[in-house]
Design a protein around this ligand. Structure first.
Ligand code: NAG
Ligand code: NAG
Ligand code: NAG
Ligand code: NAG
Ligand code: NAG
Ligand code: NAG
Ligand code: NAG
Ligand code: NAG
Ligand code: NAG
Ligand code: NAG
Ligand code: NAG
Length: 790
């Protein structure tokens, strides 16, 4: 029954019957954002929250700031309803990629894939479709999107849930996703605040003799914090995210969920955040000092998994006690409730919100193997989202190599197709990857999403092999395959005859919450697999489905004529890749990270100390400052295999060497106008347009398609040590027909041209010459200019 429901999508390709090698322009999908972040909307919602608070007893206030897992519904985090007071309760669910622990919902492309598309409209549409599914299921709060981990460690286990190690690209993706989610009337929870860069040691642990080992402490200097890790949270708060989740780790020795400097200082003070700080689940380690340190909502409320239904909490009854014994001001508790209720009114969740899907309870019970007599039917909330998923799956795939014109395949010549690798076929151990914390995925079956809380249950999945078979049938090509990497690694190809005209090798790299990856190469002996296929196949096309960065020791093998980093595309994965291989979609994805020639080119390993003797030994000093990903390669002059921003197309583009710079703000002051105060997103002057940059791009090939024009800025030499060689500060994805030319415009804002001054605690525009460059990647520049503002 489940497999059947996938068939309509598999077959819905009939409109592509004729061989088209040029793609249609994807129409603009941006919507107008409702005015929920205006001062007036905030004021009205705050007023309603105040009226609500006025009716509450202290005990009720304490309940409002404490999750209650007994309050029903099968949600992962629940606030109890007060029906008499017009509050229907809050249901929170994971996560950034799918409505996890539910069914008849969609598994979307991962954040990593969305980032690789560099497509603002598609990123919005992904967020909006996710938001609609949460709303239709009666879920008020979506635990996402993620900008932390940012990607300090290439092998970080949760990098795929977020976007890119570049803070600008991640900032744009946060903005588009948050607006998409909240336009659907659902609360976004931007996470994990902050410097939650590795999974290993992320939480405290207890030795056998009950000695408590504290969670890892991320020790980050002020400038790095601002210019790197905090940057995308500026965008999130500016976009109106109504909630921020504090992380498991410690920051400068203090737990993130009771970190006054991070929560009250950076987030609520400097960024002007008006919503509520929610804890990561079981990340709270104290009551009074958490509330004082800036935590507003304790989720799921209890201490740990063991106490989940007992109701005992650092908050709850202890909030009442703390107010009564004078250790916590009542005004702070009111502030916490106000911050939690304001979004409920702001997004209109007090009116006509759908009830929680009864199926959710059934799925949860099933997950824990508890028997329930009648399994409730779930609501199907997928709408037509398969279309967006298929499109974004293609748009987030990056063509890294394409020699001898192997792609798109020529259906007149290619009549014998080989498909190889354990990532090509259908799932074999159930339609769901481990939702719990498990380090590896099942050996056989394609990988379209990672594991842990950010995964999703598939209702169906279109595997690459199924989609290739369906597509090949139309032109009468045969498909031969071996899906067992052990057979491939021992070089046993006896079943293949004659040798295929083209060989598609599908590799995968799993990652999950709870673990950092151990290997740089793709999983399951992938290097032997590629080597052996290439030995007999001079047209080997390698496709990786990876949760992050891989090394590719086979990249320069002359028989490997094409490489596609297809990331984690979601449930339409097979159709998304077939659209590229057959040329129905012209590849336009660009790498949101750097692929090294050798893993030793990256030099920031995760902390991994299994044997500790002191309780605070898990320390991570961020001594590399801002030098992560391409910033590190640029600063140290290391040649990457494929650089940040790189990606090929089936057509060619030309960027004019003429670039026009116009200063929109004459004689700008160094600092943002202090008289403007603080709004959501910090000082509003940080968002003032200061310089306009205009370039021109042309499609010089035979085929229509899109490219991404990228703008990089190098700060003047007057900036104190620690500055990066250059940083992404603008990008535009442009669709062009053959011979078509288009003007591309970029607006550099004050923040884009500033550095964080640790002395004055301000963003400052430096004196001296900026270097401004336009290009097709972080190393392929076509136009250069200098600029002086002060
Ligand atoms: C949690 O909610 C249930 C159901 O509404 C209620 O009976 C219980 O008292 C609540 N527990 C706490 C600790 O507030
Ligand atoms: C962490 O400590 C560093 C070094 O003292 C300091 O520069 C930075 O501001 C601190 N950050 C926070 C959030 O406490
Ligand atoms: C209050 O906190 C104490 C110690 O942290 C704990 O033992 C107790 O169960 C908590 N009380 C409530 C009502 O949750
Ligand atoms: C007040 O109550 C809180 C919560 O139970 C407790 O943590 C704190 O130690 C108490 N303080 C005093 C001074 O009794
Ligand atoms: C990978 O394949 C090679 C060649 O068959 C074999 O020697 C090696 O043991 C395999 N490695 C793993 C980890 O399976
Ligand atoms: C951490 O160290 C342990 C023990 O040495 C090892 O088993 C594990 O693979 C390491 N984890 C990572 C992510 O390197
Ligand atoms: C490439 O393929 C040819 C067969 O077409 C084979 O003779 C050659 O050894 C292969 N080269 C590599 C590096 O695998
Ligand atoms: C990567 O670098 C290490 C250390 O420099 C070296 O031992 C190793 O051979 C290199 N690997 C490759 C594939 O070049
Ligand atoms: C940890 O300690 C045990 C026992 O002392 C030892 O056998 C093991 O090798 C140590 N592991 C590491 C990663 O140092
Ligand atoms: C518990 O074990 C650790 C590690 O062996 C040791 O350092 C510590 O002193 C022990 N604590 C107690 C209370 O025995
Ligand atoms: C981290 O930095 C602190 C302060 O400079 C230093 O004492 C400590 O040894 C460093 N830790 C590591 C693991 O490098």
């Amino acid at each position: 029954m489940y497999i059947l429901s996938g068939l309509p999508f598999l077959l819905a390709t009939t409109q592509l019957l004729s061989v088209v090698t040029c793609q249609d322009e994807v129409s603009s999908r941006s919507k107008n954002t409702p005015d929920y972040i205006s001062d007036n909307a905030l004021l009205q919602a705050t007023q309603k929250a105040n009226d609500f608070i006025a009716k509450l007893t202290l005990e009720q206030k304490a309940k409002m700031v404490t999750g209650n897992s007994s309050a029903g519904g099968g949600c992962i985090g629940t606030l109890e309803a007060f029906p008499d007071l017009g509050f229907g309760g809050l249901c929170s669910m994971d996560g950034p990629t799918a409505l996890n622990r539910a069914d008849l919902m969609s598994v979307f492309p991962a954040g990593l894939t969305a980032a690789a598309s560099w497509d603002r409209d598609l990123i919005y549409e992904r967020g909006n479709s996710l938001g609609n599914e949460f709303r239709d299921k009666g879920v008020h709060v979506l635990l996402g999107p993620s900008a932390g981990p940012l990607g300090r460690h290439p092998l970080g286990g949760r990098n795929w849930e977020g976007f890119s190690p570049d803070p600008y690209l991640t900032g744009v993706a946060m903005d588009r996703t948050i607006r998409g989610i909240q336009d659907a009337g659902v609360q976004s929870v931007s996470k994990h605040f902050i410097a939650n860069e590795q999974e290993n040691h992320r939480s405290n642990t207890f030795l056998r003799n009950r000695t408590e080992i504290e969670a890892i402490s991320s020790n980050v200097d002020d400038r790095t914090m601002h210019e790197l890790y905090l940057w995308p949270f500026y965008d999130a708060v500016k976009a109106g995210t109504v909630s921020v989740m504090c992380a498991y780790n410690r920051v400068n020795q203090t737990y993130a969920c009771q970190n006054d400097a991070a929560l009250n200082g950076l987030l609520k003070g400097e960024l002007g955040f008006r919503g509520y700080v929610s804890s990561d689940y079981f990340a709270v380690h104290a009551g009074v000092s958490s509330a004082a340190g800036g935590l507003d909502l304790n989720m799921p409320g209890s201490y740990d998994l063991a106490s989940i239904y007992t109701g005992s909490s650092y908050f709850g009854g202890n909030i009442t006690l703390a107010v009564n014994n004078g250790s916590l001001p009542l005004a702070r508790v009111d502030d916490m409730v106000r911050r939690i209720m304001m979004p409920y009114y702001l997004l209109g969740q007090d009116k006509d919100y759908p009830t929680i899907d009864p199926g959710t309870l059934g799925v949860l019970a099933n997950l824990y193997n508890s028997y329930i007599e009648v399994q409730p039917m779930s609501r199907d909330v997928r709408r037509n989202h398969a279309k967006t998923i298929r499109l974004l799956g293609s748009a987030g795939s990056v063509l890294l190599k394409n020699e001898k014109n192997i792609l798109p395949i020529d259906t007149k010549k290619i009549k014998n197709i080989g498909v190889f690798g354990n990532d090509a076929g259908d799932l074999t151990a159930g339609l769901t990857f481990p939702g719990e914390l498990v380090a590896t995925s099942p050996e056989f079956g394609t990988l379209d999403v990672g594991g842990g809380s950010g995964t999703g249950r598939h209702t169906y999945i279109v595997s690459p092999l199924d989609a290739i078979k369906a597509r090949a049938q139309r032109t009468g090509a045969r498909v031969q395959y071996i899906l067992d990497n052990n057979v491939l690694a021992r070089n046993d190809f006896n079943s293949i005859y004659p040798n295929p005209d083209v060989c598609f090798v599908f590799l995968k790299t799993y990652a999950s919450e709870g673990f950092d990856r151990r290997n740089w190469e793709a999983d399951w002996n992938s290097t032997f697999v590629v080597k052996n296929v290439a030995l007999r196949c001079p047209n080997t096309v390698v496709i990786t489905h990876s949760a992050g960065i891989n090394t590719m020791p086979w990249a320069n093998n002359p028989n490997v004529t094409a490489i596609i980093a297809a990331h984690l595309p979601g449930e339409q994965t097979g159709n998304s890749i077939v659209d590229i291989l057959w040329g129905d979609f012209n590849p336009s994805g660009k790498l949101p990270y750097t692929i090294p020639k050798n893993e030793s080119d990256y030099d920031i390993p995760t902390v991994n100390l299994t044997n500790v003797s002191t309780t605070t030994e898990w320390q991570s000093n961020f001594t590399e400052g801002q030098m992560i990903d391409y910033r590190h390669f640029d600063a140290n002059n290391i040649e990457p295999l494929y650089e940040f921003g790189f990606g090929l197309s089936y057509t060619t583009f030309e960027l004019s060497s003429n670039m026009k710079l116009t200063t929109l703000l004459k004689n700008p002051s160094a600092e943002p106008n202090p008289g403007l105060g603080i709004k959501q997103g910090g000082n509003p002057d940080l968002w003032t347009d200061v310089v306009r940059v205009v370039g021109e791009v042309k499609n010089t090939g035979q085929c229509s398609g899109a490219t991404v024009v990228q703008l990089y800025v190098g700060l003047p030499d007057s900036v104190p040590v620690g500055k990066v060689v250059r940083a992404l500060r603008g990008f535009e994805k442009v669709f062009l027909k053959p011979n078509e030319k288009r003007r591309v415009e970029f607006l550099l804002k004050r923040r884009d041209l500033s550095y964080w001054d640790v002395v004055s605690q301000r963003w400052l525009i430096p004196t001296g010459q900026f270097e401004v460059q336009l290009g097709f990647s972080s190393r392929d520049f076509k136009a250069k200019a200098t600029l002086q503002l002060r």
